[in-house]
Design a binder for this molecule. Structure first.
Ligand SMILES: *Cc1c(COP(=O)(O)O)cnc(C)c1O
Length: 388
């Protein structure tokens, strides 16, 4: 997809969402998901990474119609819990299309997944490999390794994965316990802006595969995790650039023994499909000399803008008064929590005549928003979602 075609696509999606909002005038805040964009993003990733199996990371947006749209496209699914398994199966996904990619699992949850037909699991510990062997006998296991997340806007830190030596031992253990030692999984950090972000993980995976092959244990697969980025405000390399860098890494490290490759995009499928509409609650200043106005909107950290913590993700904003003169603002949420300030370090300028009741639209907000919104903190309900 050329960049200008992608921009046209994004504008069309935004126009469809605005038409819906104008016609229905739902109360704010709300998230509108354009299913056509979900489809288009899936197809764009497929086209850019044609030899790689796509497992949609359900947690990024678990809306039932999003899952159904992706089932119809032939997507596979990355899930983290029994409820996500049920969701995918309820919308027609085959159990064989599901990877239980969360290394932190209760034995009972593994047994449940197995009873529903799931046969692919990701582990990063001896306990979990043993749990999978006893509660999902004969299943396939990928071992998650720790990799650095250099280049990622939203790094994963060191919660998941073990080092290469332990992963090798645990794949051997999986083999001994009658599981299928499928290979290595890793996650290069979310919103990974470097096309080389996957290279070191692929290199480690190849070393582990070669080591096991020398012992007579054939692994077949590498799971590249998520991380494909989306355009918030900064531009990103194209999907094609990621596709060719990843294929080049695989060729360089695996040579003729190309493994089966899986990727688990979440954000890259769901973010651009969504727009949040919020309303201004209050515009004020903290002193007569204060240059910056405070704009309080009816959505904040607890209704879906969790990824603005540390101002990691800086969404593009549009208001119903765009076009006139603008000035600097601090953007804050509506709750009584002092941390519910959305942007105070990132520079945002909004129209000087912005006032209570005006709309502030948050673009490309389909990922990690509704799924992060709290049940009812301070009496504010979870983010309402409409799929069109
Ligand atoms: C969250 C997650 C993903 C999706 O990450 P994105 O950065 O949204 O693409 C993929 N795989 C695993 C195991 C995850 O936990």
């Amino acid at each position: 997809m050329t960049e200008s075609f992608a921009v046209d696509r994004r504008n069309e999606a935004e126009a469809r969402i605005r038409r819906f909002l104008d016609q229905e005038n739902p109360s704010t805040p709300c998230l509108v998901i354009d299913l056509e964009t979900i489809r288009a993003r899936y197809q764009a990733i497929r086209a850019a990474l044609p030899s790689i199996d796509i497992f949609y990371a359900v947690k990024s947006n678990p809306e039932s119609d999003v899952v159904a749209t992706l089932v119809a496209e032939g997507s596979h699914f990355d899930v983290a819990s029994p409820a996500e398994i049920d969701l995918c199966l309820a919308r027609g996904a085959e159990p064989s299309s599901i990877s239980y990619s969360n290394p932190i699992k209760k034995a009972a949850d593994i047994a449940y997944a197995y009873s529903r037909g799931v046969r692919m699991f990701v582990s990063d510990s001896e306990q979990d490999v043993r749990f999978v062997a006893s509660h999902a006998p004969g299943s396939s296991v990928l071992l998650r390794i720790l990799v650095h997340s250099k280049g990622s806007t939203y790094p994963f830190g060191n919660k998941f994965g073990c080092d290469a030596e332990m992963a090798t031992d645990l794949l051997r253990l999986a083999h001994e316990l009658g599981l299928v030692p499928l290979g290595v999984a890793f996650h290069a950090g979310s919103q990974q802006l470097s096309v080389e972000g996957w290279d070191s993980g692929i290199a480690d995976a190849a070393v582990i595969a070669a080591k096991l092959r020398a012992e007579g244990i054939e692994t077949t697969t590498v799971n590249l995790g998520g991380g494909l980025p989306v355009v918030y405000q900064e531009s990103t390399p194209s999907l094609e650039a990621f596709g060719s860098a990843i294929e080049a890494s695989i060729a360089r490290h695996f040579g003729a023994a190309r493994p089966k490759v899986m990727i688990e995009p979440g954000r890259a499928i769901s973010a651009e499909a969504g727009m949040i509409r919020s309303s201004v609650v209050l515009v004020s200043r903290k002193s007569y000399s204060d240059e910056r106005r405070w704009v309080y909107v009816d959505i904040g950290r607890y209704q879906g803008l969790a990824e603005t913590e540390g101002e990691a993700i800086a969404y593009a904003l549009r208001t119903s008064r765009d076009g006139g003169p603008v000035g600097p603002i601090v953007l804050a949420g509506p709750t009584c929590d002092a941390d519910d300030v959305i942007y105070q370090h990132t520079r945002y300028d909004l129209p000087l005549d912005l006032r209570a009741g005006d709309h502030v639209d948050i673009l490309h907000a389909g990922a990690y928003t509704s799924s992060y919104s709290s049940v009812c903190f301070n009496g504010f309900p979870p983010l309402a979602t409409y799929c069109i």
